[in-house]
Design a protein around this ligand. Structure first.
Ligand SMILES: [Fe+2]
Length: 296
């Protein structure tokens, strides 16, 4: 079986058609899907009907999975599924994380070895007047790197950046209007529990599977470029934050129930929008692909 790819105008977010993930898939088809994912950094499969077991089975074909670091948001029965949801449970708390990722970021930049990527499956999507709410934006970090002048590429290639948890906490407190909601408080506490030392990452990451160079940063999180003059570092961080999310590099995903979207944590940044609230419900299951190599 050969997949069909419906390309959009952005450098990522293309749709793979003709694949039913609820059925067993041959190795050749899977290899095409994986190659498309690696190449573009964000792919979309629509009209799926997945149980948690089927989502896990598909996810595991990419290699080992990571459990999300905030354990309270992991599914009780399938703990490798991270629940993103604003539905209130019997205990009066949201049953999943309801305020996840409303800034440009890659997942788990707080760790030294972030996961390869994530697979997000939509079970319930809020709607208003027939239009979906809660879009997710994806920006191609490879296309953004390619568009830089050569002299800047050479300089950034050897630059390391300090990712500041303290600055992130301040950024969230400033920008997240829902910070006083229960899940917001839980997230803040969990963030504190992770410590406050800076995490050092290369500002340019070489994609481990394609070799493509990609910018690596998150909005409001990079405090300084190591070894750079402070003023120059500040202005470069501001420039790169604007540059990497320039509309020419961005795909906007408008969700439908049954969508499965996969993103690569090196090849793109993503950002959720929070333009909905209860009684409009949003409920999703995410699996996280480990950066560890599959065992032979
Ligand atoms: Fe995220």
């Amino acid at each position: 079986m050969s997949i069909e790819i419906a390309y959009n105008d952005a450098p990522l977010g293309h749709e793979i058609r003709g694949v039913d993930l609820s059925e067993d898939m041959d190795d050749a088809t899977f290899a095409e899907i994986e190659a498309t994912y690696d190449r573009y950094g964000t792919i979309v499969l629509r009209d799926q009907r997945l149980t948690p077991d089927r989502q896990l089975a598909f996810s595991r074909r990419f290699g080992p999975l990571d459990r999300y670091v905030l354990e309270r948001y992991n599914h009780k029965k399938w703990p490798e599924i991270f629940v993103i949801s604003n539905i209130i449970g019997d205990d009066g708390e949201p049953i999943g994380m309801s305020d996840a990722g409303r800034y440009w970021h890659t997942d788990m930049w707080l760790t030294h070895n972030p996961p390869r990527g994530s697979i997000l499956y939509a079970l319930e999507i809020p709607q208003e007047n027939g239009e979906p709410l809660g879009d997710t934006y994806f920006a191609s970090t490879g296309a953004a790197y390619d568009a830089l002048p050569n002299t800047l590429k050479v300089r950034l290639d050897t630059t390391k950046a300090a990712f500041s948890k303290r600055q992130y906490a301040e950024f969230r407190a400033r920008t997240n209007k829902e910070i006083d909601r229960p899940s917001g408080q839980a997230s803040q506490q969990a963030l504190k529990d992770l410590g406050d030392e800076d995490i050092i990452h290369d500002i340019v990451r070489v994609h481990p599977r394609t070799g493509r160079k990609c910018l690596y940063l998150c909005e409001g999180v990079v405090s300084h470029l190591i070894g750079w003059d402070k003023a120059e570092s500040d202005s470069m961080i501001a420039f790169l934050e604007r540059h990497v999310t320039d509309p020419q590099f961005v795909y906007r995903h408008r969700w439908r129930v049954g969508d499965l979207v996969m993103w690569d944590n090196c090849a793109c940044l993503h950002k959720a929008t929070g333009d909905f609230e209860l009684p409009l419900r949003r409920h999703m299951h995410r699996t996280t692909l480990s950066s560890a190599r599959p065992s032979a």
